[in-house]
Structure formats: structure tokens, C-alpha cells
Design a protein around this ligand. Structure first.
Ligand SMILES: [Zn+2]
Length: 463
């Protein structure tokens, strides 16, 4: 009755975006995460390719968390005929509601922009999916709490807290014949200001583990100290600090830290603008998901909301053009791929008292990565923008475990038979493989997942 079980790596293999792993026990199988490819043009163009599986035959989608590189292709699956359930935790469902609609709207705006300026090779330029399609896809969401088993495609699944962002989970799967597979999703770092510790992982025979920071160790410096050191001189010279931050997770961390620095009198109080409706909504969601937070988390968020002025409309945002420092603008699009922050850079990049402070992972091909690599002139809306303001790249901010954190997470339970490393650039995945080979028992087989690879799982059933 079990047939053949297999895993298919159809994204986030050899890179960090487009997470899509198929686990198959019968019929169409279950897709764990359904993310968008982001980063370089070549990577993004993969979003236009047909799926290497039949979306209409899938029995379900299991979503580890709401970040777009894990969830953003769900509307695409809907558009291509998928009508099955999308299982996720309550926190993920709330974040998904804002993230997917926003992604659809941005796709439409970008297509509109490209048509208007005649930039596209494709005429007319099309949106990958629309806001309406994103809204329709949201009707497929089925909410399941942590630790509650649910059945899908002949398998039993359960979510376990991953402490990466609100709602984030590892997905644990029991195959029909009994062996178990654990999908790490993104693993939190454990010392996060708002979220709690990463709990011990569930036991599994095979683990698919992320490797984003497999080749790096986070600096020992606490992020709040690094943020203070970056902001202090900017505010002292009455500059404006522009802080592009991922709307879900990072933006809330940054304003919570600024509130903490104000209250501890480690920074002079100045206006702080949270210029991203999505980040503002995510702040509300984070604040009311109290059980995911550290005991001091809710109070910290309450203070953050007290200090942050939320700019709702485009016009409110445009009014910040006339802003004079000292001030901080926290906006979305952490890698400068779009959104309101680009207008602020155009407006404020010419004055050396201002600063652009990058505070997160910068994927290949993004403006953020080019700036980290030293470029001081970037193209925005087709025009070159020289960066005369100070540029700082903070190194301690991350919602991911580093190499030691990932090793610790994997060791925190009986060893599996096999480990597949995905969600990492090749150097990062190989570095983590090397570290694990030294520590895990010799009979544990560790491999780096290859894009398009299909792994037979029946060996697990022979044990
Ligand atoms: Zn993530």
C-alpha cells in the first residue's frame, strides 16, 4: 500500500530562495514550502518556468513559515490550478495574509512600471501573479497549531516551533511505513531579542536542514550594541538614518531595539518612522502572538509602538522628503529590491550627514549586495544615484542560526540516518557538511541537496 516514497528538491538547493521540496508517498505528494526565487534576474526568471511537478495533482502544501522565499509561489500554484489545502501555524497564516497580497500588488506595480518605461523584454510585461490571485490562494489556508498532528498524502505531519520568525516551524513527517523526515525550515538563532529559544528538534530518520549561514559564525557583539554604535554618530550630527529592513521580523527587531536604547538613555530620543504598512501590520501580529515571545517581549513591543510613528499612506511617506534630522526611517525591502525605501534613498542620499544602514542578509544580484560589495552608485528607477551619505553594513543581525547554531540544533537529539543540506549557497552548504562530518557519528550520511535531485526514501523502510 505504501508504494515508493521519495523526496524531490525543486528549489533552495544550491541557493537560498525558492524553497520547494516535494515529499511523495502516493499520488501527487506533498510540497513542503512553495517559495519564490529571489535575487539575480536569472534566479527570478525561474519563477516563470513551469513547476517540475504537477501542481494540480499535489495532495497538499505544508508551509514552514511566511517568508516569501518559502511561501511566495503559493499564488502561482493557485494560478496553475492547485486547489488543495495549505497547512500552516496560526502566526504564519496571519503573516501570509499580508505578505502574499503585498507580493501580488508589487508584481502588478512592477509590471505597470516596466510597461510605462518600456523596460521589459516582454511586451506587455506581465505580473507573475496579481493581488487578486494572491487573495484567492489565501482561501486554501488551513491553520494547525504546533504539535497537533494532521494527515496529508498518506503521511502524518506536525509543526514544531523554530523560533525564526512568528509562526515559524519545522515540519515533521511520518511516512506510511513508519520512518520519519524532518524539514528544518529556517532555524532561529536562539538569542533573539523578541522570540524565545529554539527548542530541541524532534527525532527523525532523515533531516533536511537549511544551511544559509553554514559557513559563518555570527559576531559575539550583541546586535543592540552594534545598532547603538551605528546610530549614535548619525543622530549626533543631526542626520537621517535610513534603515531598510525585512518587513516581517527585522523591522520589528530594529524598532524594539531603538526603543530599548531610548529608554536606557543609550541614544537621545528622536523621531522614528516605521514607513511600511506591511511592517506595521506585522508589528501588531508579533505583539499579539505572545506565546511565541520571550517573557519581556510584549513589553518591549509596547514601548516600540510608543516611539514608532507609522506612516500609512504614500502621501505620508512622501512628506518624509522634507524631514530634517536627527531621525530614523525604518522601511521594508531589506535588500533594496523595491518599495518606499528607494524613494527615501533618492531623496536623502546626497547629504553626508545622513546614513544608509543595511542590517540583514543581502542576496546575490540585489542592490543591497552590490552596496555591501563596495559600489557607491546604484541605479534606482533607471537613474544612477550616487551614495554621498554614510553607508554602514551591520553584521550581527540575522534571524538564522549560524554554523554553530545549526550544528547544535542537529546534535540536540538522536542522530538521524541521513542529512540533506539545502537552503544555502554552495560554499555555505559544503562548510556545514564539513563541520557535521567531524561531529556526527560516521554512519550518518550527509549530502548537499542538488536542484532537481530525487532521493528514494525506501532505504529508510528497510531498517
Ligand atoms: Zn525565513
Amino acid at each position: 500500500m505504501n508504494g515508493k516514497s521519495w523526496l524531490g528538491f525543486y528549489g533552495a538547493a544550491g541557493n537560498v530562495t525558492g524553497s520547494r521540496t516535494l515529499i511523495h508517498a502516493r499520488r501527487g505528494g506533498v510540497l513542503v514550502d512553495c517559495g519564490l526565487f529571489q535575487g539575480t534576474q536569472v534566479e527570478r526568471e525561474q519563477n516563470w518556468q513551469p513547476f517540475p511537478f504537477d501542481a494540480t495533482a499535489l495532495e497538499g502544501i505544508v508551509l514552514t513559515h511566511a517568508h516569501i522565499d518559502h511561501s511566495g509561489a503559493i499564488p502561482l500554484a493557485y494560478k496553475r490550478g492547485y486547489r488543495g489545502p495549505v497547512f500552516c501555524t496560526p502566526g504564519t497564516a496571519e503573516l501570509l495574509e499580508i505578505l502574499l497580497r503585498d507580493t501580488g500588488r508589487l508584481q502588478e506595480e512592477e509590471a505597470h512600471h516596466r510597461n510605462w518605461h518600456g523596460w521589459s523584454k516582454h511586451r506587455p510585461a506581465l505580473a507573475l501573479f496579481t493581488e487578486e490571485e494572491a487573495a484567492a490562494a489565501l482561501s486554501l489556508v488551513r491553520i494547525v497549531d504546533y504539535q497537533v498532528p494532521f494527515h496529508l498524502g498518506g503521511m502524518e505531519f506536525a509543526f514544531h516551533r523554530a523560533a525564526h520568525i512568528v509562526g515559524s516551524a519545522h515540519a515533521h513527517c511520518r511516512l506510511p511505513s513508519g520512518p520519519t523526515v524532518l524539514f528544518s525550515g529556517d532555524v532561529g538563532r536562539g538569542d533573539h531579542l523578541l522570540l524565545g529559544d529554539v527548542p530541541p528538534r524532534p527525532v527523525a530518520d532523515l533531516i533536511v536542514c537549511e544551511s544559509t549561514y553554514g559557513d559563518r559564525l555570527h559576531p559575539a557583539l550583541p546586535s543592540i550594541d552594534e545598532l547603538q554604535a551605528a546610530l549614535e554618530p548619525v543622530l549626533a550630527r543631526r542626520g537621517i538614518a535610513l534603515m531598510p529592513s525585512f518587513a516581517v521580523g527585522r523591522a520589528q527587531d530594529v524598532i524594539a531595539m531603538i526603543a530599548e536604547l531610548f529608554d536606557a538613555k543609550r541614544l537621545p530620543v528622536c523621531p522614528v518612522y516605521l514607513d511600511s504598512p506591511m511592517a506595521a501590520k506585522a508589528l501588531d501580529i508579533t505583539a499579539h502572538d505572545e506565546r511565541e515571545l520571550r517573557p519581556e517581549g510584549p513589553e518591549l513591543l509596547r514601548r516600540a509602538r510608543h516611539y514608532a510613528k507609522i506612516t500609512g499612506t504614500q502621501d505620508d511617506s512622501k512628506r518624509l522628503n522634507a524631514l530634517r534630522g536627527p531621525a530614523v526611517i525604518v522601511s521594508a525591502s531589506g535588500m533594496l529590491t523595491g518599495g518606499r525605501i528607494l524613494h527615501h534613498i533618492v531623496e536623502h542620499a546626497g547629504r553626508p550627514e545622513n546614513a544608509l544602514i543595511l542590517c540583514g542578509y543581502q542576496a546575490r544580484g540585489t542592490r543591497g549586495r552590490r552596496i555591501v560589495d563596495g559600489e557607491r552608485e546604484i541605479k534606482i528607477f533607471g537613474q544612477p544615484v550616487p551614495l554621498r551619505l554614510e553607508v554602514k553594513c551591520l553584521t550581527t543581525f540575522s534571524a538564522h542560526a549560524d554554523r554553530e547554531g545549526l550544528v547544535r540544533w542537529l546534535l540536540n537529539g538522536p542522530p538521524p540516518e541521513r542529512v540533506y543540506l539545502n537552503h544555502g549557497e554552495p560554499g555555505a552548504a559544503l562548510a556545514l557538511k564539513g563541520a557535521l562530518e567531524k561531529i556526527l557519528p560516521r554512519d550518518v550520511r550527509i549530502a548537499v541537496a542538488r536542484g532537481g535531485e530525487r532521493v528514494d526514501l525506501n532505504f529508510l523502510q528497510d531498517e
